[in-house]
Write a protein that binds this ligand. Structure first.
Ligand code: NAD
Length: 484
């Protein structure tokens, strides 16, 4: 059986304690994951600090960024290995992982290497009170050892989104992949060794949150900063851990995102866009749309079209031809999502489509598949309209005016993303300014330019990553004032 080891100081390390890794499409045990304890965390932190003081810390920016290009090239050379590892962990459609997860995983190293190489720091000249001159300039130094705590929904992509800029800035990282998806982070250790990244620069520790590697990393006083993607509730626990020693955090958290469709939208494009935003990756995308608001004149037509579109989606295993939706990540998560499907009915929803489990054949009958689901008719106070479900489902409600749509979109503690569909330029820009989110898509969704700021407002996050914004977190800016 496949073994997923920790990667500490350039070596793959077994521990006495393992837990099972299951394939979500079949629920079969496919591997054993070696859980890191406090001793492994301590060893990784020591190795990470040694690397900062050693070859890695002394390496020129040019050499460092060349190495990161080599990492990206090696991921691409081993594209199929990464793809198979990601598919075994997540069960997502092969077409999705091969177009998004793996290529973006590689791109994250190149993009941030190039940004770090090209971004200048500020410099000012001033006249001093005695009539002389002073010049100040800024230099950036790495934050140090960065703890990278990752979720399971886009494992390689979201992990490298943080590891890429952290390493480009000269830090060392200790990655804790989700317990559900240990594979690609482990494989990346092989890549680091193959291209000659010094030991201790990239390390992987497996395990869970409380009482396990997640807690031990985030509480470690010599971990200098923590970057985290995951649930808001987990973010609260990590923030409390980081308070000790006043260590900085960067958080990308949960959402309950609104999609807003005006009656002047390009109808077919809006239906296709909301189909993606509600159901892609089986609804397991933080940016996904679980609340859809449609202007009343086109409401009935839109609901009918989205129903037809959802019913046209094929649910199944990664390699079934034409498959659009894989399984949910785990039995536990399916139980949570089906719990919301039941709650929606209890709270009086009209089930437009779905609401249950699709019939699967053979070994896939044990997989964690659910039907894409659409509800209407619920009040804004209903659980499925307020709470993040993280499944392939949405509630659709009508609205009349722009002001009403803004109020509905903002009536949540979250503030991650929105997608607005309209052909009126004025409406689009007013909505973008009024909806309290970190990311606003107009006539699009999940369209990314890696140079732009990414992150959430309100309970959806702290800070922004992406482009030069990542440098703000992964470096300390020092101002040097020189009296001439
Ligand atoms: P999660 O919070 O359950 O787990 C994320 C990671 O945190 C895992 O590695 C887990 O082991 C670890 N962890 C859990 N408790 C911990 C603790 N007390 N201390 C340290 N580490 C701990 O999230 P998940 O279920 O893996 O992912 C889904 C969630 O992530 C959703 O809420 C989703 O919206 C969010 N998400 C947000 C973004 C974004 O960019 N804003 C992107 C993807 C996912």
């Amino acid at each position: 059986m496949k073994q997923f080891h920790n990667f500490i100081n350039g070596e793959f390390v077994a521990t006495g304690k393992t837990f099972e890794n299951r394939n979500p499409a079949t629920n079969a045990v496919v591997g054993l994951v070696h859980e890191a304890g406090q001793a492994e965390v301590d060893a990784a932190v020591d190795a990470a600090h040694a690397a900062l003081k050693g070859d890695w810390g002394r390496m020129s920016v040019v050499k460092r960024t060349e190495l990161l290009h080599a990492v990206a090239d090696e991921i691409n050379r081993r594209f199929d290995d990464f793809l198979e590892a990601e598919l075994a962990d997540t069960g997502k459609p092969r077409s999705l992982a091969s177009h998004i997860d793996i290529p973006r995983g590689a791109a994250n190293f190149k993009v941030f290497a190039d940004i770090v190489k090209n971004v200048p720091t500020e410099s000012f000249q001033m006249t001093t009170p005695d009539g002389g001159t002073a010049v100040s300039y800024a230099i950036r130094s790495p934050l140090g050892v960065v703890g990278v705590i990752c979720p399971w929904n886009l494992p390689l992509l979201l992990m490298t989104w943080k590891v890429g800029p952290a390493l480009a800035c000269g830090n060392t990282v200790i990655v804790k992949p989700s317990e559900e998806t240990p594979a690609t982070a482990t494989l990346l250790g092989e890549v680091m060794n193959a291209v000659g990244v010094p030991k201790g620069v990239y390390q992987v520790l497996h395990g869970f949150g409380p009482g396990s590697a997640g807690e031990f990393i985030t509480k470690h006083p010599r971990v200098n900063g923590i970057t985290f993607t995951g649930e808001t509730r987990t973010g609260e626990a990590i923030m409390a851990a980081a308070a000790k020693g006043v260590r900085p955090v960067s958080f990308e958290l949960g959402g309950k995102n609104a999609g807003i469709v005006f009656d002047d939208a390009d109808f077919d494009k809006a239906v296709a866009g909301i189909t993606r935003s509600a159901f892609e990756n089986c609804g397991q995308v933080c940016l996904g749309t679980e609340r859809v608001y449609v202007q009343r004149p086109i409401f009935d037509r839109f609901v009918a079209a989205l129903k037809a579109s959802a019913e046209g989606l094929k649910v199944g295993p990664s390699d079934e031809p034409g498959v659009n939706l894989g399984p949910l990540i785990s039995a536990e998560h399916r139980q949570k999502v089906l719990g919301y499907y039941a709650k929606a009915k209890d709270e009086g929803a009209t089930v437009v489509t779905g609401g249950g489990v699709p019939a699967m054949q053979g070994e896939f009958a044990n997989g964690h598949f659910v039907q894409p689901t659409i509800w209407t008719g619920l009040p804004e106070s209903a659980s499925v309209v307020r709470e993040e479900i993280f499944g392939p489902c949405c509630h659709i409600a009508p609205f009349d005016t722009e002001e009403e749509a803004i109020a509905l979109a903002n009536a949540t503690d979250y503030g991650l993303a929105t997608t607005v569909w309209t052909q009126n330029l004025g409406t689009a820009h007013r909505m973008a300014a009024a909806i309290e989110v970190g990311l606003c898509w107009i006539n699009s969704w999940f369209l990314r330019d890696l140079r732009t700021a990414f992150g959430g407002a309100k309970a959806s996050g702290i800070g922004r990553e992406g482009g030069v914004h990542s440098l703000e977190f992964y470096t300390e800016l020092r101002n040097v004032m020189v009296k001439l």
